[in-house]
Design a protein around this ligand. Sequence first.
Ligand SMILES: Cc1cc2nc3c(=O)[nH]c(=O)nc-3n(C[C@H](O)[C@H](O)[C@H](O)COP(=O)(O)OP(=O)(O)OC[C@H]3O[C@@H](n4cnc5c(N)ncnc54)[C@H](O)[C@@H]3O)c2cc1C
Ligand code: FES
Length: 342
Amino acid sequence: MSAVQSYEVSVQFSDGDIAVFPVTSNETILEGALKADVPILNQCQSGSCGSCVAVLEDGEATPLATQAGCLLDSELAEGRRLLCSARAFSDCSFQVDYTTSAGAATPAAANVFIDEIAWLSSDVVRLGVELAEGDWADFSPGQYMRINIPNTEIYRSYSMSSSPEQLPKLEFLVRVIPGGLFSEFLSTKARVDDILKLEGPYGSFFWRENFRRSKHLLIAGGTGLAPLLSILDQIRAAPGKKPDITLSFGCASDKTFFGADILDLRKAWMPTLETRLTVDDAGESWSGLIGNPLQAISTDDIESDAVAYVCGPPGLVNSSKKVLSDFGMSESRIFAERFLPE
Ligand SMILES: Cc1cc2nc3c(=O)[nH]c(=O)nc-3n(C[C@H](O)[C@H](O)[C@H](O)COP(=O)(O)OP(=O)(O)OC[C@H]3O[C@@H](n4cnc5c(N)ncnc54)[C@H](O)[C@@H]3O)c2cc1C
Ligand code: FES
């Protein structure tokens, strides 16, 4: 059996702060960071949520063979690592694209009352809740909460579609999947005034205020629209001139399409917002675009300072990241969240 080695790992945050901590060869880099109180965003600790992603700048850090992780081979080749699923094999340095204070925001548990269960289409529900008195749950627009399925120990992740300005109310957009545990609870058992337990906030997918003046490119598939609505509402609430925003949003078919009224309202509020609506499968009455939301984006939409936020099914997110970098966007300006099953 080989002896346990100790290495020095450094993580640079986007505000320039650098944390240095020891990691042994028999623990993950995240375990070493958390022992040393280094504020690395994380949630699942099993390689599936993507929150703990960092870019390896120097040294050797290898993904655990036992955890596939949610990164693509191309992302691994670019140096991206999930710190919960990687071990150091030398001294290493990493960069993360959030500040120390964002990393230090501690998730908390809260009780909420359901105040709305509204079907927006045949398979999308808007779940509106209000925090119970005395409970609080702050978050950055784009982040998600874990919602408990009552009378079980099971949680599912859902991104807020509301913005922090709307607290103590929170809203979520949930795609109801036949046979899914939370989906079945929401569509058959949940009632207005029921109490739900939440934990959060989680996730490194959130609006970066330092890019607030840049052209924003938002790409969403299905309920991946939720965190982008939260980001849009935060941009609207922020002081100063609004950036140009192109939102390309698509659903599988015109029969399951939802949210046109929600987006029309945002356009009325924010003249700098342009929307492109797409469906893969369209009937005769569909007046939008046909295809997926990525196909509605071209190089003409990319300005040199553009920043992109992409959310939805893993296939859409993976191809968007590839196409946007092929269009010349820097990886460091493409923020993405994949709605992976747990
Ligand atoms: C960070 C994060 C944020 C998320 N935010 C949202 C959100 O805002 N809105 C939202 O609707 N979902 C979101 N999801 C997905 C959500 O957490 C659940 O996975 C999803 O709602 C299914 O839960 P369920 O309990 O109903 O189904 P489960 O009991 O988990 O699954 C039932 C079956 O459906 C399959 N399945 C599960 N999820 C999907 C899927 N997305 N597409 C296709 N098949 C699936 C499973 O593999 C399984 O076979 C998010 C996921 C992550 C990781
Ligand atoms: S905490 Fe590492 S992927 Fe979830």
